[in-house]
Design a protein around this ligand. Structure first.
Ligand code: SF4
Length: 403
């Protein structure tokens, strides 16, 4: 008697289950002086065409086979662009596109970004009713001349009204973005901005250092000598001062750019920092189904037309090698206050880590090595140094360490 052959195995790759989703909102009422994000300028509206495009992209997911939406999402992050510009009904529409039944799990975090001038009481109340439970507010500064220089549309009282609108609607979990490294010629007081941000009483603060991107009006102005970027010393001093003030006020400096009161860390961003899978929807959105990272067409019209024609909006993808994944994990780990497990690094890194510790750029925390605030200022340089050690060694995690 012969044994019947085993049935052929289905070799189609299993789609990655996405429990964390990023959705890009493409529109801004005006492009800021320094911005090179994937935005399309529009005074208001656009929610219907945005939702229609997203509906099309979600329908394509099944055919592509790379992702499937989890039955219950852990985190949803709507960034932009300016999501609050889409009007009060956009988040409810998004809930329909993704499936309302996916959005109610215990601990589910739904963040939406807003700018002060468009986070009206009406928008905040509708967002809360739709299920948004965290708002990230693009405050940047309270300094009127700096706001005008940046091309922002709100005044110094805008953030106060926006935070009040969020709270009155029932959303107390508000994060504010503050920008540092503005040109000294603007005369902005960083201490005053930090103080006024603290006065808002919000549980989360994110810092952004102004960078001069080549293709922006600011980049052009710097090349033509009309603007002078901030010098390194001021940049460094403002970052350190922010850390001092915020930590002194009880915030945990839990990632290079992020501070939270206990219990208010961003759960969505933690997925990025820990190398977890996430789906990205919308123009320019990135997605990660380890080891594949892919991103959509950056241009709104190209993205929209692609989805409208029933074609994937994917612009490109890359397959990360095991070594690239490992290096990325180290870089991401060094961004966080948890740091990197020393046992995951080769022994040949010990001398380098020892030098960091001696220079006050890193510290041991149990079995991990983490950067200090001074070290975070040099994050990119330190990562390059470590990359040179790790890149030459395929056998990571190879025994006891001395660092
Ligand atoms: S609001 Fe944000 S996304 Fe929009 S133009 Fe300004 S910086 Fe860019």
């Amino acid at each position: 008697m012969t044994t019947p052959p085993a049935p052929a195995r289905d070799t189609a790759p299993t789609p990655t289950r996405a429990a964390s989703v990023y959705v890009h909102a493409p529109f801004c009422a005006r492009r800021c002086f320094y911005c090179d994000f994937a935005v399309s300028v529009r005074r208001a509206g656009g929610a219907e065409e945005w939702l229609e495009a997203l509906r099309g992209e979600v329908a394509l997911l099944e055919r592509e086979g790379l992702f499937e939406l989890a039955d219950a999402l852990d985190t949803l992050y709507v960034g932009g662009g300016t999501p609050s510009l889409l009007g009060p009904d956009a988040m409810s529409g998004l809930a329909d596109v993704l499936g309302r039944e996916r959005l109610g799990a215990t601990g589910f975090e739904w963040t939406a970004e807003a700018n002060p001038e468009s986070l009206t009481p009406d928008v905040a109340a509708s967002w809360c009713a739709a299920g948004v439970n965290r708002i990230s507010l693009g405050l940047q500064t309270f300094h009127e001349p700096a706001l005008r220089w940046m091309g922002r549309l709100h005044g110094s009282e805008g953030p106060v009204a926006a935070v009040r609108a969020a709270r009155d609607a029932g959303i107390g979990n508000v994060s504010v973005d503050l920008i540092f490294g503005l040109p000294a010629s603007l005369g902005r007081s960083w201490d005053e901005d930090l103080g006024r941000a603290l006065d808002l009483g919000v549980p989360h603060v994110s810092l952004y250092g102004l960078t001069v991107e080549y293709g922006t009006p600011l980049g052009r102005a710097v090349r033509e000598g009309r603007e002078t970027p901030v010098d390194e010393e001021q940049y460094r001093a403002e970052f350190l001062r922010a850390a001092e003030v915020l930590v002194g006020a009880g915030y945990e400096h839990y990632e290079v750019s992020n501070f939270a009161l206990p219990g208010f860390r961003s759960r969505h961003n933690a997925v990025y920092w820990h190398g977890g899978p996430y789906l990205g929807l919308g123009n320019g959105a990135h997605a990660y189904a380890p080891p594949v990272r892919r991103w959509n067409h950056r241009d709104w019209t190209e993205y929209r037309e692609s989805v409208g024609a029933g074609a994937s909006p994917e612009a490109e993808r890359e397959h990360l090698t095991a070594q690239a994944t490992r290096l990325e994990r180290v870089w991401l780990g060094l961004r966080t206050s948890e740091g990197v497990a020393i046992g995951s690094l080769p022994r040949r890194a010990d001398a380098l880590l020892g030098r960091w510790v001696a220079a006050g750029l890193a510290a041991r925390a149990g079995d991990a090595i983490r950067l200090t605030t001074e070290g975070w200022l040099l994050l990119d340089e330190l990562t390059v140094d470590l990359d040179q050690v790790l890149g030459a060694d395929a056998d990571l995690g190879d025994g006891p360490h001395t660092a």
